[in-house]
Design a binder for this molecule. Structure first.
Ligand SMILES: [Zn+2]
Ligand SMILES: [Zn+2]
Length: 171
């Protein structure tokens, strides 16, 4: 990840280069072709990982348009669907909200804001112990890949004064 190639001009670009190389690596790692729409969609979701995590088709499209890319929503939809089929992305629908998409490269769970619908990814290893306990209590074989969906309020939706307990209990 922290590749330190010292070529002149490396530091001038914005951080989007990181996300694009991350997108490239994701495609190459699975032997998939790096088409422009795939790179654009994956870069957008790679960037979203530090914020919202998952995005809807229209949000992906909007961000691409804002970044100056000429891409229509149908292309975004087709590209995302292909990437889901290929296992690079995964789809998540919670309740009756619009389906969102995120990178499928690492096992993770999802925390959903019940007010604004924002979906944040939670690395699976943080909940491995909880999952193990849950497995003991049930006959279910729970896998990291299956993922849990947690509900709560995202930082933006939490009332400013309330000292509510954090969304995730850290031991
Ligand atoms: Zn996800
Ligand atoms: Zn929220």
């Amino acid at each position: 990840m922290a590749r330190r190639t010292r070529k002149s001009g490396d530091d001038t670009g914005p951080r989007t280069h990181d996300h694009e190389s991350q997108a490239r690596a994701l495609l190459h790692g699975q032997g998939l072709r790096c088409t422009a729409p795939r790179l654009a969609v994956l870069s957008t979701l790679a960037r979203a990982e530090s914020g919202a995590g998952h995005l809807t088709i229209s949000a992906i499209h909007q961000q691409l348009v804002e970044a100056g890319r000429k891409v229509d929503v149908t292309t975004v939809y087709r590209t995302v669907s292909t990437l889901v089929d290929l296992g690079v992305l995964h789809a998540l629908s919670v309740d009756d909200r619009a389906t969102t998409y995120g990178l499928a490269h690492e096992p993770h769970h999802h925390a959903v804001c019940t007010r604004c619908g924002r979906i944040i990814e939670v690395p699976a290893e943080r909940l491995t112990t909880a999952l193990a306990h849950a497995s003991i209590g049930s006959q279910f074989a729970l896998s990291d890949r299956a993922g849990l969906t947690l509900r709560g309020l995202c930082p933006d939706c939490q009332p400013p004064s309330a000292a509510t307990s954090p969304p995730l209990h850290r031991p």
